[in-house]
Design a protein around this ligand. Structure first.
Ligand code: CA
Length: 249
């Protein structure tokens, strides 16, 4: 019940504030299969390959495959004590957060082996990159910009929709000059101005969520990756059977 209430509040919050009065529209371009064993935490397209992380203790792993299908090319487990979270590519390497262990792994995209690691304070949720910095969420309304060589926080923004803070910012993507974000347990994707933290648009995915979330409260919308070849975004959810290519308008 608490989650339904939160969902309601988040929609009211987003729809009632200046700058994001109504949901913006998106076009559904393609639908492909998605591995229903993947509790999707991070989704990223790089050099024509899709990289995905799955969470869960003893179930965390990273895999790569082609964006147009779901045949895994390579998969590597993450050690049992870590709960894998956001995943992104920076300068030809994968960066993977873990939820509550304060450890970020740097992974070789060729063999998916861990090359080195960083320590950070607080929780790790979503991760993206603007090509210069890593962009990270921690489940609050704050988005951190970190130096990829030191993992130090260089800047932070607070996500706002009008006067309201937007919390539970989860999986992230940076594309077309904006941050795109999932919000944990809300059926929406928000478009965020990376300078101000202001939500400029939001997109209602409740129709897809209702198809995939039946019977499992935690099968939430999560996973957004910009596909430069398609000039569109792949979106999915935790344990979803499908992944969708969408164009935001
Ligand atoms: Ca992403």
């Amino acid at each position: 019940m608490r989650k339904i209430q939160f969902l309601f509040i988040s929609l009211v919050l987003l729809s009632s504030t200046a700058g994001a009065q109504n949901a913006s529209s998106f076009k559904l371009l393609d639908t492909v299969d998605h591995d229903t064993s993947y509790f999707t935490q991070g989704l990223e397209v790089s050099d024509g390959l899709m990289f995905e992380s799955a969470g869960g203790y003893g179930e965390s792993r990273v895999r790569k495959y082609r964006p147009d299908g779901d045949t895994t090319i390579l998969e590597q487990p993450i050690a049992d004590e870590f709960f894998a979270e956001g995943l992104t590519v920076f300068d030809g390497e994968l960066y993977l957060l873990t939820w509550q262990k304060g450890t970020a792994f740097v992974i070789d995209p060729v063999d998916l082996e861990i090359r080195r690691e960083y320590a950070y304070e607080g929780e790790g949720w979503g991760l993206a990159s603007n090509g210069m910095q890593l962009i990270m969420s921690d489940g609050s309304d704050t988005i951190y910009f970190r130096n990829p060589e030191t993992f130090k926080v260089e800047r932070e923004i607070q996500v706002r929709s009008g006067p309201h803070s937007v919390r539970r910012i989860n999986e992230l993507e940076f594309a077309q000059g904006f941050i795109w974000a999932n919000i944990w347990h809300a059926p929406v994707i928000v478009k965020i101005n990376p300078s101000t933290g202001n939500v400029t648009d939001y997109y209602d995915f409740s129709e897809l969520v209702s198809k995939h979330s039946a019977g499992n409260d935690e099968s939430v919308l999560n996973g957004i990756a910009y596909d430069a070849n398609q000039k569109a975004f792949w979106v999915t959810g935790k344990l979803w059977s499908k992944r969708y290519l969408v164009k935001f308008e």
